[in-house]
Ligand binder design. Structure first.
Ligand code: FAD
Ligand code: SIN
Length: 551
């Protein structure tokens, strides 16, 4: 493991002059990182928050459409838990689901609405409006039109910007976590249990690497959608946090459960723009090219509102059977009477219009796309990972909540709840001091590295990762495809690692290295687990279904 960190140079004294020290270092500025930052500042800690993007609001959170689940009328935490466990296909943690349902609604009110000033849509009577989504037994989702994430992200960034205790740093990309086991130059460090001490961070405009030391580190770096060719995720979702954690010896779990959203816009230039599940929640129906509604064949009871894995596979099968490249989502003929489609879904309306589709008059061509990583860094009910002093919150983490398949609109909520819980835990345990071993952490060493990055190679290698994952580790998996993916990614990783060791760092190079490693993590979990469950679906190589757990 030492070899992947071999760019460091031993020093006798420290923290070295250039190192930055904070109480809490947070890596990521989506909903989870920003909620943690706000709570940490309220608790009196000095916080540094990093985003690898030049614009700190750029994140999966920014693109969230449908909304954030709370409790609706005639609803209860027990019903909410039942829906989460149902969607999770028998693999969700009941404890995590209960925490979310008990604490989530109050946290949304307190942190998002009262502190950050997030505005959700209201009914004519002034009450907060609720929408429905697949596999929810009640209408319980707050939203702002179909651009809920934009409202939340912008309000959180504003709130964080007002806090004197929070240092928000754009263009700062964490490249590796610092642990006492891997980085301390003090030879006796190996006798102590390893602890997290912060991260090495690339300043993306200068190209230099800085040491960030912290008493506690919180990973909030989001998901891995970009390792797939077709995804709803924006470009930054390359799995950096998951692989940084893995390189530090932290447990990663449930990596086979990659969720595919059933309905991304099918258009050559639309980059798999998401068509929110709320469109089906409000009545939209899936049809094939002949105009036949097909979901009742796949899920007679829930039909278009079946859990995502069921709908995504149904579309996959329908496309395979008909030989068509997409199916259609018909909202024009199914929207509730009196609803203004343009007002309820302004973002989707205008995006589709841009591509010549008028959703108020015609069906929308859709296909599934990689959407959400249900697995991640194994954490306990407080967000603490298996490495002391390292927490993980939001999509990078696996609390067990989502099990084999995530219930819609619970991911933003999980970010709020576990962002806050991680800080409560730090407060209850005491922040502590920076471990003495931090003094023997050397600066990053990359002097003498001379190989120049070749953008063509990097782009092509990333494309190889993405097409391999889409074709061999996608919606339907077979052992043969997964073995091929394992071989191909193993070979690619060796090549990329050699190149990485010899080359001065850039964002693209670090992301490529991380994407290959993230791909290997997903593939090996998918290979190990022969049971089809939720969004991990294995077919025998002869075309038959693989083992399926009764759930
Ligand atoms: P993100 O919001 O992805 O933030 C990750 C942050 O980490 C970013 O700031 C990124 O720059 C930073 N980062 C990453 N790597 C590094 C690094 N190496 N160094 C420094 N910084 C780094 N969920 C819902 O609940 N409801 C919805 O309606 C919904 N709609 C969605 C629609 C779309 C199109 C997508 C893509 C997702 C949607 N989801 C929805 C899922 C949800 O948006 C995400 O799961 C959630 O926002 C993740 O939040 P996060 O804070 O964990 O990560
Ligand atoms: C959507 O609007 O369909 C996305 C909701 C989610 O991913 O939770």
């Amino acid at each position: 493991m030492k070899s992947s960190k071999s760019r460091t140079r031993p020093r006798k004294k420290g923290p070295h002059a250039g190192a930055r020290v904070s109480d809490i270092l947070i890596i990521g500025t989506g909903i989870a990182g920003l909620c943690a930052a706000l709570q940490a500042a309220r608790a009196g800690y000095e916080v540094t928050v990093l985003s690898k993007m030049g614009d700190v609001s750029e994140s999966n959170t920014l693109y969230a459409q449908g909304g954030i689940a709370v409790l609706g009328s005639g609803d209860s935490p027990d019903l909410f838990v039942k829906d989460i466990l149902g969607a999770g296909a028998g693999a969700s943690s009941p404890k995590a689901a209960a925490i979310l349902a008990d604490e989530g609604p109050d946290q949304v009110r307190e942190l998002l609405i009262e502190i950050a000033g997030v505005e959700f849509d209201r009914t004519r009577a002034g009450a907060l409006a609720l929408t429905g989504e697949a596999a929810h037994s009640r209408r319980r989702i707050y939203h702002q039109g179909d651009a809920t994430g934009k409202e939340i992200e912008h309000k959180l960034v504003q709130a964080v910007g007002k806090s004197p205790r929070i240092r928000l740093l754009p263009g700062q990309m964490a490249i590796d976590l610092i642990t006492s086991e891997h980085h301390a130059s003090e030879p006796t460090a190996v006798y102590e249990p390893s602890v997290c001490l912060g991260a090495y961070v690339l300043d993306t405009s200068k190209g230099s690497v800085q040491t960030h030391l912290a008493k506690k580190t919180i990973l909030a770096s989001g998901g891995i959608g970009r390792i797939y060719q077709h995804t709803t995720n924006p470009p930054g979702a390359t799995g950096d946090g998951i692989v940084m954690a893995r390189r530090s010896g932290v447990s990663i779990i449930n990596a086979e459960y990659m969720q595919f959203h059933p309905t991304a816009l099918f258009h050559r230039d639309a980059n798999r723009f998401l068509i929110s599940e709320a469109v089906r929640g409000e009545g939209g129906k899936l049809i094939n090219r002949k105009g036949e509604a097909f979901m009742s064949q796949y899920s007679p009871r829930l039909k278009d509102l079946a859990p995502r894995d069921v709908v995504a596979r149904a579309i996959h099968d329908e496309m395979a059977t008909t030989g068509e490249p997409c199916v259609f989502l018909d909202f024009a003929r199914n929207a509730p009477k009196g609803m203004s489609i343009r007002r309820r879904f302004p973002n989707i309306y205008s995006k589709c219009k841009l591509f010549g589709i008028d959703i108020t008059r015609e069906p929308i061509p859709v296909v599934p796309a990689a959407h959400y990583f249900c697995g991640g860094v194994k954490v306990d009910e407080w967000g603490l990972s298996t490495l002391p002093n390292l927490y993980a919150v939001g999509e990078v983490a696996c609390t067990g909540l989502h099990g084999g398949n995530r219930l819609a609109s619970t991911s933003l909520l999980e970010g709020v709840v576990w962002g806050a819980r991680s800080i409560r835990h730090i407060t209850s345990q005491g922040l502590g001091e920076l471990p003495a071993l931090a003094a023997s952490i050397p600066p990053w060493q990359d002097e003498g590295l001379s190989a120049a990055e070749d953008p063509v190679l990097i782009r092509q290698d990333l494309l190889t990762v993405q097409t391999t994952m889409w074709n061999y580790a996608g919606i339907v998996r077979t052992e043969k495809r997964l073995r091929r993916a394992e071989d191909d990614m193993g070979y690619l990783q060796r090549r990329v690692t050699d190149f990485y060791r010899a080359t001065k760092l850039t964002v693209e190079l670090v992301e490529l290295r991380n994407a290959v490693e993230a791909a290997r993590i997903v593939i090996s979990s998918a290979l190990r687990n022969e049971v089809s469950r939720g969004c991990h679906f294995r077919k025998r190589s002869n075309g038959r279904r693989g083992r399926r757990e009764k759930s």
